[in-house]
Design a protein around this ligand. Sequence first.
Ligand SMILES: [Mg+2]
Length: 389
Amino acid sequence: MKIDRIETYILKVPLGSERFFSSQAEFPERNSFLVKLTSTDGLVGWGEGGQYGPAEPVKTCVDEVLGPKLLAMPDAAPGLVWETLYAHTRDFGQKGTYIEAMSALDIALWDLTGKSLGVPVSTLMGGRFRDSVRAYGTGGYYTSTTFDPVADVAALQTEMERYASTGFTMLKVKIGLLPVRQDAARITAVRKALGDDFSLLADANHAYNASTAVLMGRTLEREGFELFEEPVPPEDREGYARVRAALDVPIAGGEAEYTRFGFRDFIGGGCVDIVQPDICVCGGISEVMKISALASARNLRVVPHVWGSGIALSAGLQVCSALPLAPFAYEPVPLQNEPVIEFDRTRNPLRDELLTTPFTLQDGRVLVPGGPGLGVEVNPDTLERYRVG
Ligand SMILES: [Mg+2]
């Protein structure tokens, strides 16, 4: 398979009054960087690269550096391309923008390879363990940087109850923007609203140092939370290990880590119980397979981080379909040993309108497309509507 044409797209949607905050940033818009590869035999593959950062530098990496290399390769098989591009960019890449650009190309190449062979990506990865994946809804962001202990808590409870009414049995709420005592009040209120049997997760987006994370984690433990995501900054591996040793709530992280080399040290440092590579960031499907192997050797769970468009979500579903239980048990239990898929609930037309058949929740699960490659089609009207570059 040889690549004949590379097209790159930057899509943006201003959020207006629906902007929101995490512990790290305001989100005034949603954006995605997409790549479309066309092979010499006329097949098309789609990929996505990057998550929170600006899309423009990722696009430049593809347009100016990686794309010409890919076009010159006589055999554009994903593994061959990945190693070639990584070797080419090692001295100035390794993490960040270049790996995000490689992620986009890699996902598109797996989509293309699946289409050329007539099988889903999950089959190429080794086979499907499941045709649908339990979804957890991500929400509970902040609508402002101030805190009203009555109105804000009530609004958060209403938001979470609304998600639960659509079939979710597992939800994630944001923490870390406010003082620990105020975020603890939000956590306690969410548990009270949804009841003791509901699966709840919390994400600090690395807002804490280790001692503050442990303090916050005591509330998560008391309220029976099943995951504490990014308690400390990704570079602070000793902090991660300290938090993990101090708390019973499982520690998760990895959305800001790159490649098998980064995850070798992250996993090897005893940082996490649940490994969360972002497929559009960590190096694509080729690299997430290697990261999953590192995790599997330690019986760690892999729950890919998903934030982007319908392309990112479709890649996440194919990967989740092909991940084994960690460890095997006769009855799979979502999150306890079975992969779950992150299903962001904040406004994002690039997730909900980009594909001709959008993903929906059915009995708390999302079906994994069974068609060749990623198994999805991009709606050209949506692409043009939100395209800015
Ligand atoms: Mg996160």
